[in-house]
Design a protein around this ligand. Structure first.
Ligand code: B12
Length: 313
């Protein structure tokens, strides 16, 4: 059964599939609670909403009588940014996950197709709910439980062959499926490159990220003015940040994605000149970034980020 599911997942474009038990490990729940208690979620109020907390701890609240969680991952690694033209002036950096199309749009129909396949193979009555990113699930912990990789000190799910350049998705089902695994223990050893390299010191301890300091949070999620003490440390990131993944030794095994949708359509998408970003109006922003994850933050926040990057020059 699992091999059949894996073959189907591969034909849909996923690189990895495993099946986790329908409850997250206690260790992950404890880590999540401690993270909230420390206030590390910052202004991401949805992370602390009681119903969302409950769903993360007990997926049966999301799908009654859930019996298994099918976890999938797709390699999005698009390689390195092509060099910018010499006359481009200062450029902003965009994290690799946003170089191509929005992965939520890629994932959703494929998760539904896979769920249809599972239903067909298990008697035709299975109910399901599919999630990627936005659902109240501890996605990394579940993926690790299913044997898709290990949790690294940078808090990412890392696969020995793909590194951490993976998008995750899950399908909750109310039929029995054989669990895969076992969960792999961390393979970070004594390495602390991600903690040492984080420009803002957001990795406050191994496996613990204070989102309030994370460049990804500040440039994507945070609505206010980027704190002035952190502005000089943005290192040109205007959308997301890849530093804790770029320095990870497991990344050396990464190879380019087979999904054309995740590749950049032009250098503008990887390293746009800051002057161009500052000149964008709503229509130009939509033309340039529509359909990409960047569209979600809107033109004003992208310009705020470009201004913040320019502050310390
Ligand atoms: C909120 C959020 C963020 C926040 C906070 C991130 C964070 N580390 O908490 C911000 C905006 C900063 C962010 C940034 C990014 N994100 Co994000 N994010 C999420 C989201 C919605 C929730 C994460 C969460 O629950 N955080 C709370 C903490 C406590 O949980 P956690 O990060 O899952 O960590 C678990 C493990 O670390 C483990 N754990 C904790 N301590 C310990 C100790 C030991 C010893 C062990 C073994 C395990 C362990 O337990 C934790 C709880 O289960 C998930 C989607 C989802 N629903 O899960 C995507 C998700 C985690 N993000 C993702 C991505 C791609 C990113 C970025 C790479 C994007 C970018 N380039 O800018 C960065 C990476 C930054 C980083 N180092 O985490 C992917 C991660 C894929 C992967 N391979 O891990 C996810 C899964 C989305 C998806 N469906 O693909 N993100």
């Amino acid at each position: 059964m699992i091999e059949e599911l894996r073959a189907q997942a591969r034909s849909l474009g996923f690189d990895l599939l495993g099946v986790a038990p329908p409850v997250p490990p206690l260790e992950a729940v404890r880590a999540y609670r401690a993270w909230l208690a420390a206030g590390y979620h910052g202004e991401m109020a949805y992370m602390a909403r009681p119903d969302r907390v409950a769903g993360r701890e007990d997926p049966a609240l999301l799908l009654p009588r859930v019996r298994a969680i099918v976890c999938v991952a797709v390699n999005y690694y698009p390689g390195d940014a092509p060099p910018s033209p010499e006359n481009a002036g200062p450029v902003g950096r965009i994290s690799r996950y946003a170089w191509g199309a929005d992965y939520h749009d890629w994932m959703r129909p494929r998760l539904e197709a896979l769920a249809g396949f599972i239903r067909e193979r298990t008697g035709g009555t299975a109910r399901h709910r599919a999630y990627t990113d936005t659902g109240p699930l501890l996605e990394r912990a579940l993926a690790a439980q299913a044997g898709l990789g290990f949790i690294g000190k940078n808090t990412c799910l890392i696969h020995p062959r793909f590194g951490s350049w993976l998008f995750l998705g899950e399908i909750l089902v109310d039929v029995d499926l054989p669990f895969t695994g076992p969960p792999a223990p961390s393979r970070c050893g004594t390495c602390t490159r991600c903690l040492d390299a984080c420009p803002t010191g957001a990795l406050v301890a191994p496996y613990v990220l204070d989102a309030r300091r994370c460049i990804s949070y500040l440039t994507v999620e945070y609505r206010g003015d980027i704190p002035s003490d952190l502005q000089p440390r943005l290192r040109n990131w205007v959308y997301g940040c890849d530093v804790c993944q770029e320095v990870c030794p497991w990344g050396r095994f990464a190879h380019p994605t087979a999904v054309a949708d995740f590749l950049p359509t032009s250098p503008d998408r990887t390293a746009p000149p800051l002057a161009d970003l500052l000149a964008l109006d709503e229509a130009a922003f939509q033309r340039r970034f529509g359909g990409s994850p960047i569209a979600r933050i809107g033109v004003e926040r992208l310009k705020r980020n470009a201004r913040a990057v320019l502050t310390d020059r």
